[in-house]
Design a protein around this ligand. Sequence first.
Ligand code: SAM
Length: 347
Amino acid sequence: MKLNGTYSIDKFLDEALYNKKFGYYSQSKPFGKDGDFTTAPLITPMFSEMISIWIISFWIKVGKPKKFSFVELGPGNGVFCKTFCNTLKNFPAFKKSIKIYLLEKSEKLKKTQRDLIKEKNVTWIKNLNQIKNGPILFFGNEFFDSIPIKQFEVKKSKIYEKFIEFKKGKFKKFILKKTSKKMVKKLNNFNLCLKDGIIEYPQDGLKILDLIIKKIKKLNGGILLIDYGYLKKQKIDTLQSLKEHKKNVYYKNIGKADITSLVNFQLLYKFLSKKKLILNEIVNQSFFLKKIGVIERAEILSKKMSFKEKSDLYYRLERLLSEKKMGELFKVIFASSKKIKFDLGFK
Ligand SMILES: C[S@@+](CC[C@H](N)C(=O)[O-])C[C@H]1O[C@@H](n2cnc3c(N)ncnc32)[C@H](O)[C@@H]1O
């Protein structure tokens, strides 16, 4: 089976990434040195440990409830969750209260996660209806950047949706089609259609976020998202593709290369606040990790290390924090239901 015909950009991305036969997440080995890209939990366990401590602090903030649901969105190869479970061993009261739910779209990755995570309090879910107890906390690292987006082009103030044509698996051309009034209204709701250029709209992502928000409002709780993205509106095509850690043209090597887009954090902020969640100001990854004590943690860990181990630790930390690497480009957003005010890492 191959791509054949005309697809909207979101439909194309869905096929290229998640088609059960030829999609990237169904057949490739995305993560790590031998894969196509690396994410923060794979750079150093310190990342996941710090997030774990943040999650425990959240639980304390909401009054150490006896039942607490935690959902990881898009767990990838499961390394964050595994480190989280290991960290929990040092916090028995929290460990007793928490149920961990993993929401994963790719069957192949689900298997990878099941092979790694054997803890009894971890459950894989198909949808959020399976979770009954709150408070609830959602966490996603590089989740939104992997969800298909729609693209539009504005030319002389007219808005066209971008489509992509393939013939027997080979890219042919891009096609622009006039956009419906209903769609233009949606884009206008987020002030996206000002001048000529490319508009990116995360329709699928917002649908998922809407379900999450409903759950948070019903059960009380929040959502923490870390992703690479921007705050000021971009008028450019942010789709990018990586194959074996090198840049790839996104409509080539379908199923063998990852494709992501930059997350529009301002749009997420607007969406979450329109739905009446309480938000902290968006910060970057470097600010967030430093505020929750990553430097101090590294100092403690490095005391017992050899020179070689110490250099490796600080090299990895610098990848997370440096402006030129992940520190600035990666942003952190937290939103919660009205009863909860929690700003650890944001102030
Ligand atoms: C870029 S990976 C990030 C993996 C991991 N969080 C990490 O930091 O290493 C994106 C993950 O989100 C999953 N994903 C994408 N869309 C999804 C959806 N709609 N529902 C559940 N999982 C999804 C992918 O299959 C993959 O596991």
